[in-house]
Design a protein around this ligand. Structure first.
Ligand SMILES: Cc1ncc(COP(=O)(O)O)c(C=O)c1O
Length: 421
């Protein structure tokens, strides 16, 4: 055999230069043991922090007991326990679950379910939304053309309607919500006949698209339209769920009940696990054999998810996300007040974005990139988002403390000063 050493695909780029050796709580350590404040949480995944002792203990115990009890072959206790337990946090009546591994797979499962349950084909999504990279999920995604470019033809039957992105539209939140609902009605009247429309997919906070919270009036308007036309309202809570926004679910801020909830990321503190939840009346309409997979509901992931739920409850992490989120947003707003390059600071709970805008109102990607890089050099790991990469987002784990938030704000302030000098 020829001697060959392989390398990673050149397309896989890292947002930071860090080679992570270990993680502990809010911190990541590189191979030289340099400590970084991790305000990325693995893109909102390590909800209980890196290697929370209770999650580690539960996973270690499960690894030594049963790793893979393939769920269409045998059933296992961690999956049953997790299912029961999720019932206590899901909206009333949303009590049937199906598990897969990633957010994209769960989005695909939700789309299959919505089409089969309604007998309709179309899906309405909102501009700037991110629902994943697999083909159907990518077809629902408009957070940036890089997800869609060169891979067509995409799945037909997707209608894109404006998201109430108040800052970009130059409107108040109320005006933006009213505008987006009017445009949705226009789509239903001109493009997607309601009786052809299976589902409306919405992120309660636009994630990859720029960290833009959906105004509650908008989500309530979606609920009204879904009820009126028999369309299923699908809350993509992949990033916003599990306490991230300071409520257990992002849609809780609008006090609405979706028909299908999609969850992933923070659910298992870093172990691959995702799920869709729906009432039995919807789930039973899916066709036999349409739900399954080799790895779904992995026993170790389920054990980690159960421990994650214990930690979230026992440590009051949803309330912490709300409190720390306010503290973070206020600190970032103070930084923005000294730097006109940051045109908007927004978010819900521990999902906060800083949008960089040039003096002519255009997206200021260059300054955002410089600030993001300078922050990493100073020991603060962050991510960018938004179609132009001009939003620097902060998503620390839900265990973050006031001191850590203050430290991050101080590092951010230095980074922005450097980037705008
Ligand atoms: C709202 C939302 N939906 C779906 C996905 C896709 O999840 P995954 O990357 O696990 O496939 C993401 C990932 O960032 C997301 O934020």
């Amino acid at each position: 055999m020829a001697e060959q050493s392989a390398a990673l695909s050149p397309l896989l780029k890292q947002a930071t230069p860090v080679l992570a050796a270990r993680g502990e709580g809010v911190y990541i350590y590189d191979e030289d043991d340099r400590r970084y404040l991790d305000f990325t949480a693995g893109i909102g995944v390590t909800s209980t922090g890196h290697c929370h002792p209770r999650v580690v203990e539960a996973a270690q115990r499960q690894v030594a007991t049963l790793v893979h009890g393939q769920y269409t072959t045998v059933m296992h206790r961690p999956l049953l326990q997790l299912t029961e337990r999720l019932g206590s946090v899901l909206p009333e009546g949303i009590d049937r679950l199906f598990y897969v591994n990633s957010g994209s797979e769960a989005v695909e499962a939700a789309l299959r379910l919505a089409r089969q349950a309604t007998g309709r084909q179309n899906a309405i999504v909102f501009q700037g939304g991110f629902h994943g990279r697999t083909m159907a999920a990518a077809s629902l995604t408009t957070s940036g053309t890089k997800i869609r470019a060169g891979i067509g033809p995409l799945m037909p039957g997707v209608v894109v309607s404006p998201f109430p992105y108040a800052y970009r539209l130059g409107m108040s939140e109320d005006e933006a919500a009213a505008f987006a609902l009017r445009e949705l009605d226009y789509q239903l009247a001109t493009v997607s006949y309601p009786q052809d429309t299976a589902a409306i997919f919405v992120e309660p906070v636009l994630g990859e698209g720029g960290y833009v919270p959906a105004p509650p009036a908008f989500l309530r308007g979606l609920r009204e339209r879904a009820d009126k036309h028999g369309i299923l309202l699908v809350a993509d809570e992949v990033q916003t769920g599990f306490g991230r926004t300071g409520r257990f679910w992002g849609h809780d801020h609008a006090a609405i009940r979706p028909d299908i909830v999609i969850t992933a990321k923070g659910l298992a503190s870093g172990f691959p696990l995702s799920a869709i939840a729906a009432p039995n009346s919807i789930m039973e309409k899916a066709w036999p054999g349409s739900q399954g997979g080799t790895y779904g509901g992995n026993a170790v992931s389920c054990a980690a998810a159960l421990a994650t739920m214990d930690v979230i409850e026992d440590e009051g992490l949803v309330a912490n996300a709300e409190r720390m989120g306010e503290r973070l947003k206020n600190g970032l707003a103070r930084v923005a007040a000294d730097h006109p390059e940051i045109g908007d600071v927004r978010g819900l709970g521990l999902m906060v974005g800083n949008e960089f805008t040039a003096s002519d109102g255009s997206p200021d990607t260059e300054t955002a990139t410089r600030a993001h890089k300078a922050a990493a050099e100073k020991g603060l790991l962050l991510l960018t988002c938004g179609p132009h990469g001009n939003v620097v987002r902060m998503i620390p784990p839900l265990i973050v403390t006031a001191d850590q938030v203050d430290e991050a704000v101080s590092l951010w302030s230095q980074a922005v000063k450097e980037a705008t000098a």
